[in-house]
Ligand binder design. Structure first.
Ligand code: GLN
Length: 282
């Protein structure tokens, strides 16, 4: 039987990725990754060696590590992830940060997360601002079930989940802040046929010819669901900043802005709703 270090180096050779190889071995052994270093000279049992080989083969066939292990870290959470949900990305934490900047610690607020997937953004906001009530929607009932389990596992109570397409299930409800990480990839982008994206739900990734179909709908309808001075913030592609700022300005949003991610690429835009609304703040 191989030692931990031998199994790892064989997997690194096959996968060309040290982190993936470690995460999968730790998963096969039900140990934290740090355990592997301290036990590099331990022998793997036959069952563990076989289990690890199966996982490495799955990864070699292209399956994302997060779907193999069913977990992905986001913000302060270890989240359940399934092929019904987009795999949370680190760059989406920028959306969380910008939303938190607009949510006071010491006041009640109503927040809407459109297309919540695993619940990543909604849960982060609910955890950081306990006085906020977060409503999170998704068109996928399977994704909502994952999000619900994530809320339960992390004991987060100030979030509720609603099934439906963007604003459709919300009636005349109004919010102080609306956030979304919608699909925004151009439908013909070759990246959709490469790497991890091949395994993720297309409905969470692609959005028409220019990638902006869903963002256009969100911008068009958000005003009806925002209190005056309420903010809309959403993630988008690195090359969509100019287009979405234009859409926001044309739709009567003020203070329109785009923020860049750690790689210095346009990533999140938004604006403040400048018009008064007959709001249902239930
Ligand atoms: N940022 C993701 C990617 O390009 C896409 C996520 C999304 O469409 N919301 O892989």
């Amino acid at each position: 039987m191989p030692k931990v270090r031998e199994a790892l180096s064989a997997a690194i050779q096959r996968l060309g990725d040290c982190v993936d190889a470690e995460i999968l071995l730790a998963y096969a052994l039900s140990k934290p990754r740090s355990w592997l270093i301290a036990h590099a000279d331990d022998m793997l049992s036959a069952e563990h060696a076989v289990a690890y080989t199966v996982l490495v083969e799955q990864r070699e066939a292209g399956e994302p590590v997060a779907y193999i292990t069913g977990r992905r870290g986001f913000w302060t959470f270890d989240l359940e992830v399934t092929p019904a949900t987009l795999i949370p990305r680190p760059e989406t934490e920028l959306l969380v940060e910008l939303a938190l900047d607009r949510l006071p610690h010491d006041a009640d607020a109503k927040v809407l997360d459109l297309g919540t997937g695993t619940g990543a953004v909604a849960l982060a906001l609910a955890r950081e601002r306990p006085r906020t009530q977060v409503m999170a929607t998704d068109t996928s009932t399977e994704a909502l079930a994952v999000a619900q389990r994530n809320a339960e596992r992390h004991g987060i109570k100030n979030v509720s989940f609603v099934h439906g397409d963007w604003f459709t299930p919300l009636g005349e409800r109004c919010f102080d802040l609306i956030v979304s990480n919608p699909p925004y990839i151009e439908s013909h982008d070759p990246h959709l046929n490469q790497g991890d994206l091949r395994f993720e739900p297309m409905s969470a990734l692609a959005s028409g010819q220019d990638g902006l179909n869903d963002i256009r709908r969100i911008i068009r309808d958000a005003g009806r669901h925002l209190v005056q001075q309420g903010w809309l913030l959403f993630e988008h592609g690195w090359n969509q900043g100019d287009a979405v700022r234009m859409l926001l300005s044309n739709a009567s949003f003020a203070n329109v802005l785009t923020m860049r991610d750690l790689e210095e690429r346009d990533r999140v835009s938004g604006g403040c709703w400048s018009v008064s609304n007959d709001c249902d703040l239930r």
